[in-house]
Design a protein around this ligand. Structure first.
Ligand SMILES: [Zn+2]
Length: 200
């Protein structure tokens, strides 16, 4: 997807017009639910197991400046988290934060014959396939750069299969080719920051 983009200054200042408005945020919620149901069906993850999936979805207004990018529609960042009660570690593990780039998504819509819900469903399915593959150790979060395009092609194929199975014709209106997704996604592991779960 060849969408022109502009650079943010080092300290990102998010303009209100770059962020989803309240109506669009409701569409994000619906698309998130729909994408999660399609991905969990595809991987046959039981609902109770899916609830344990350590991921959250954030939109531009609640991203840290380091999570904002102009090179992608979304990026998934892996954080190590630790929950402590006093000195006792109650739980620790990886948390996958799907960071939606509102400004890029809204910009992409201008070039596509697609509605926001359809584009978001596509983007969220793609990111959730990554989350499942990382979470189930089907793929490593620390994948070397040279192997990433292979992984992206795989995730893109799976995303298209999931949408096709659901009878969603969205995919026909999204340009095919690895590049359209490779450049839209980055995953990286941050240091072992203790983080609490939080979901919008
Ligand atoms: Zn990707």
């Amino acid at each position: 997807m060849n969408v022109p983009h502009r650079q943010f200054a080092k300290t990102v200042r998010v303009a209100r017009q770059d962020c989803f408005n309240p109506v669009q945020l409701k569409i994000v919620s619906g698309a998130r639910e729909h994408a999660a149901s399609l991905v969990s069906d595809y991987y046959r993850v039981a609902p109770r197991e899916w609830l344990q999936m350590p991921y959250e979805v954030r939109t531009l207004r609640s991203l840290d400046s380091s999570e904002v990018t102009d090179a992608a529609l979304a990026q998934t960042v892996c954080y190590a988290f630790r929950r402590q009660a006093g000195s006792v570690v109650v739980k620790e593990g990886d948390l996958f934060r799907i960071c939606l780039q509102d400004h890029r998504i809204l910009g992409a819509l201008r070039d596509l014959d697609l509605g926001l819900r359809s584009l978001l469903t596509y983007v969220l399915i793609h990111e959730l396939v990554h989350v499942v593959r990382f979470g189930q150790r089907l793929q490593s979060i620390d994948l070397p750069q040279e192997l990433r395009s292979h992984e992206e092609r795989k995730v893109e194929r799976t995303t298209r299969t999931i949408l096709a199975k659901a009878g969603d014709a969205t995919i026909d209106r999204i340009p095919s080719g690895a590049e359209s997704v490779c450049q839209q996604h980055q995953a990286r592991r941050e240091g072992r920051h203790p983080l609490a779960y939080s979901t919008e």
